[in-house]
Design a protein around this ligand. Structure first.
Ligand code: 6PG
Length: 466
């Protein structure tokens, strides 16, 4: 009996996806460029339907046609080398899926190149980390819709389920699946930074202990803020370092790493001309955090207010922080989904934003109850440009904007850096202003560069001899 799918790349994600496929009844051929990971896979695991291969030819020969190969290797040039090694062994109609965090520009190129050779290329955005890969990730596949139909039964089986519905849907043409995954990560960065700013406010301004913050977050996780990130943050804050007895979070160096997908989202927003300022601030916040040594020096030499810890009514201010966090999230998701909308119309991808929100409800890192509301908002208002203009979120924003404002003002008064909270507020206030001040920018541009401007009362473009 031939294998139903081949998994190429047996790092943690690839190995777990292969196991997930096996648990869902597939006959899985596994292959890794170096045999150590294949051996490691087989050492710790036994399943009647797994077949390890140590030569590419026999791996490919073992697959039923059209062959379906899921590659899970480090994003970048390695994906190209793997594809190059596979193509001579494949027949027209065979399907390669790339599950890595690949740059969607590369996925678009690979899609075109492979289609020309009759091979189908499906970009599969995969979210949920190692656990998700094993028990059910969110999957964002794109490419040729007919080819997708051939792999849909496998992908939908292995995906997370919410209300019986798989967190996997056909996203759109070419590399749009990797695009959707990339912006998912941009939103993820913003969400993580917003939670971190809420934590900092509670700790530095309200004077709560780490354990008290864990309790507050746990209670928030039973409200509209319920999300995977809230849940794991609660667990993280509860964890104590065995060596020192301190909260684990206090022994971790405050320099944030990143692998690039958040940065790509911001680069894409700049290229596309969309104001994803909160997402971008979350990337900059990671960069600023990495300047640890400079920050230590600067703290001693640059003035600013001292934290007035504990001077406020804790109960009331905890509620303001909670509402500010919710408001910040609304603005961040509004930006991410606006970016989807712009990309979709610029590229002709016809992304279904309601459906994307639905598949994000389970499996992925930003999974949250709140995505039901986003999905409903787009279902009810499919043409709406911005989430903030849908009745549900307009109502929420009108209720919670004042809390976000309070937190930003209080944080700033106390010298607390709140890049995403403040970016959310600036975005919100800018978005709801019919007058932006850009008339002055236009005048300045015309003054020094004769760049011309439009008038509010006449058609055409104008220049003034200033
Ligand atoms: C996911 C995650 C996953 C990963 C990224 C982000 O959706 O499962 O986004 O793709 O954690 O690598 O990591 P960085 O913070 O290192 O960019």
């Amino acid at each position: 009996m031939k294998n139903t799918i081949g998994v190429y790349g047996l790092g943690v994600m690839g190995a777990n996806l292969a196991k997930n496929m096996l648990h869902n009844g597939e006959r899985v051929a596994i292959f890794n460029y170096t045999r150590d990971l294949t051996d490691a896979f087989m050492d710790g695991y036994s399943h009647p339907e797994v077949s390890p291969y140590f030569e590419l030819e026999s791996f490919i020969d073992s697959l039923e046609k059209p062959r379906k190969i899921f590659i899970m290797v480090t994003a970048g040039p390695i994906v190209d080398s793997v594809i190059q090694s596979l193509v001579p062994l494949l027949d027209p109609g065979d399907i390669i899926m790339d599950g890595g965090n690949s740059d969607f520009h590369n996925s678009n190129r690979r899609y075109q190149q492979l289609e020309e050779q009759g091979i189908h290329f499906i970009s599969v955005g995969v979210s949920g980390g190692a656990e998700g890969a094993l028990h059910g990730p969110a999957l964002m596949p794109s490419g040729n819709p007919n080819a997708y139909q051939q792999v849909a039964p496998i992908l939908e089986k292995i995906a997370a389920k919410v209300d019986g519905k798989p967190c996997c849907t056909y996203i759109g043409p070419e590399g749009s699946g990797h695009y959707v995954k990339m912006v998912h990560n941009g939103i993820e960065y913003a969400d993580m930074q917003l939670i971190t700013e809420a934590y900092l406010f509670l700790r530095k301004i309200l004077g709560l202990t780490v354990q008290e913050i864990a309790t507050v977050f746990q209670s928030w996780d039973e409200t509209e803020l319920k999300s995977y990130l809230m849940e794991i943050t609660t667990e993280i804050l509860t964890k104590v370092d065995e060596e020192t007895g301190k909260p684990m979070v206090d022994v971790i160096l405050d320099k944030a790493g990143q692998k690039g997908t958040g940065k790509w989202t911001s680069q894409d927003a700049l290229d596309r001309g969309v104001p994803s300022s909160i997402l971008t601030e979350s990337v900059f916040a990671r960069y600023l955090s990495s300047l640890k040594e400079e920050r230590i020096y600067a703290e001693k030499h640059l003035n600013g207010p001292k934290f007035e810890t504990g001077a406020l009514d804790k109960e009331a201010w905890i509620q303001f922080v909670k509402k500010a966090l919710y408001m910040g999230k609304i603005c961040a998701y509004a930006q991410g989904f606006y970016q989807y909308k712009s990309a979709s119309s610029q590229k002709g991808w016809e992304l279904d934003l309601g459906e994307i929100a639905l598949i994000f409800r389970g499996g992925c890192i930003i999974r949250a109850d709140f995505l039901n509301d986003i999905s409903d908002a787009y279902r009810e208002n499919p043409e709406v440009t911005n989430l903030l203009l849908t009745p549900f979120f307009m109502d929420k924003a009108n209720q919670f904007e004042s809390s976000l404002r309070k937190i930003v003002i209080k944080g700033f008064e106390n010298g607390l850096s709140l890049p995403c909270f403040s970016a959310a507020l600036s975005f919100y206030d800018g978005y709801r202003s019919s007058e932006s001040g850009a008339n002055l920018i236009q005048a300045q541009r015309d003054y020094f560069g004769a760049h011309m401007y439009e008038r509010i009362d006449q058609e055409g473009t104008f220049h003034t001899e200033w």
